[in-house]
Each structure stands twice: as C-alpha cells, then as structure tokens.
Design a protein around this ligand. Sequence first.
Ligand SMILES: NC(=O)CC[C@H](N)C(=O)O
Length: 395
Amino acid sequence: MKEALLVLEDGRTFRGEAYGAIGTTVGEAVFSTGMTGYQETLTDPSYHRQVVVMTAPHIGNTGVNGEDDESRKMWVAGFVVRDPARRPANWRATGSLDDELVAQGIVGISGIDTRALTRHLRDRGAMRVGISSELGGLRVEEAAEELLARVTAADSMTGADLAPQVSTDEAYVVPAVGEKRYTIAALDLGIKTATPRHLAELGVETHVLPSTATADQLLAAGPDGVFLSNGPGDPAAADYAVEAVRGVLDARRPLFGICFGNQILGRALGLGTYKLRFGHRGLNQPVLDRVSGTVRVTSHNHGFAVDAPLDRPTDTPYGQVEVSHVGLNDDVVEGLRCLDVPAFSVQFHPESAAGPHDAAPLFQRFVDLMETAREQGGDAVSAPPVVEHSTEEKA
Ligand SMILES: NC(=O)CC[C@H](N)C(=O)O
C-alpha cells in the first residue's frame, strides 16, 4: 500500500492510501451523499475542479461500464473514498473503477474516515483541499506542510468561470427518437448526456451549442425552445451566458434551465446568486414543488444558489418571477417560474443521472410550454403551464 495524504486548507490532515492515479491534486473539497452513481458523478462536468468525498463507505462495487458516462471523460479534480471494492461485481461492468481512475489520471485517496471529513466540511464549509500520493520520502509533517502551501495557493471556486473549459468546442445535434416534434438549442455549460437523451424520447431534437454562444446563435435556426444546462463554477462569473439568456427572454422563446442554468436564468432576471456553506450533492434531496404542491425526491449537485424571496413574486425587467421549488432541508431556492415570459428553471437534476426519476416530468413541462407557444404563436405565451404529472409517468 502506498501512503497518501489529504490536507484541507484549514490545516486538517488525513492519512490514507493511494487510490487511482499516483500524483498530487488540488481543488474544492465537497461531499456527495449518493449511495450509488459514482460513475455518473465522476463524469459530470459540473464537478470540474472539485475533489469529491463519497459518504457511502464502499465505492467501486459495480465497477465501470460503457453506458453510464455523463460526458467524454471524468472531470473531478480528485476522489476520496473510505473502502474501495477489491473487485467489481456487476453484469454490466467492463472494468474496475480503480483501473479507470488510473487510465484517466484521476488522483484519489482511500482509507479515509469520510464521516469525520464530511462532518468537518459540514461544520466549516466547503474549502480547498489537496491530495498527494507522491510524498517523496518526506516525513508526514513535512509533506503535509508542502501540500498545504499548494492548497492555499490554489484558486478558490468563488469567481471561477469554468463552463468554457468543459463545454463542447463544436455544435452538434442529438436527434429525436422516433418522430421529431420540436427542435431546441441547448447552451452547453457542462451538459450531461442523459439530458438530450430524455428530451429525445419526447420527440425533441437538441442542437447543442458551446457555452459562449450568443442569443443570436441560439435563436438562429428558429428553435421551438432554448435549454440551459448544468455546469461547473460560479454563476456570478458567467456574464456571457447571462447576456445570451437576456436575448432569449427578449425574443420570448420558451426557455428551460437546470442547475447552473437556473442560476443563469436568475441572474438574467436581475436576481443575485451566493455560495452555500457546503452545498447539496446527492440523490435524495427533498424539494417542494410549490406549483403542484408535490414533494419530489431529487438529485442535486450545487454549491451556489439563487437569492430570491420565497414569500412573494419578484419584479424584474421581464415581469414577475416566483420561486417555484424550495429545498425542504434548508429552504434554498430550487426553482424559478417566470409569470410574464415563457421561462422556468430548476436547481436540481431532472435528468436523474444518477438519481430518482421524480423530477423527469419537468421535461414534459418544457415540451408543453413549446406546444403552447406553437399553438399561440410566440408572443402570446407567458408563464409555463402548471401541470400535475404523476411520478409514475417516467419511472
Ligand atoms: N450542477 C451544476 O450545474 C452546478 C452549478 C454550480 N456550478 C454550483 O455549484 O452551484
């Protein structure tokens, strides 16, 4: 076993064993409470520059497979686990997680008391961290000191503009499954593969455009709607996306955003965003859908949130917006619904990769909005329809 070290920016140090690629890495320490779905987590572009601590104690049990990647590669800056599986066992497995981490150069650490580490992050907040498995014969104290210097020199997540680093360089199209009924433009701020796949099943052809696409570029092909994806970094740093969204709102095209997209819509409307102390990352976050009165158990991965009053609609240059969804653990804004333009968004993940399917009907809500726009002809459409979908529909 090769020794490895984890050092948090406040100096707290954990000793463990090298896991995945040998090396040194720094990033923002965050914890995910998902019991499953590590492959989707590792390949979710929203985790770019984050070192993910898994609270589930056994990781790697089902290995990796050729179907569950959410993008072209693993994006996490580092991976922290307690007890890696010694060998994978699953009918879909094509390899072991450990080998895949090595192949993709992801530095990890195992044998960590992830409960103690998570409690520390929960109490003190997300912070910068370093992992190193190249201690170079130094005493642990010396190695920890060296690593701490690298951690405190690293960029913080606040103010980080990361979407262009993960976005596609070239536009591409994901065709509809079966008959094509709608065409949308998707702003790729860090899109996951499951998203266009869900839309495709509803007859939607998705034209994925790079993160820096302008409103004119998004609207060039005359799409039925515009989609804003999830993505890494601080929404306060993505002014180009805010500008693009304002152009889409001006054009009154139906618009749906998720996660980073929710934050960007919020900013486009003039709302602020702020950094949560330790964020929401996991698969079982309860969210109240205030429009339908339903509680949905949802998949989350966010460290920032929109700042908006919960008790009344807010006046914006685009009319009024109300908070449509609220996190039941902490009253964080989890969704926005414009009342005077055809736009809405959620902070969580209806593509549910990984996670429960409770929120999948939101894609249908986007389709309903595009259908209404088509029937009424652009300008007449205002608020997204209030629809009560049963959770079985998509399960
Ligand atoms: N999954 C996401 O889109 C994350 C959005 C943003 N980077 C945050 O941390 O809040």
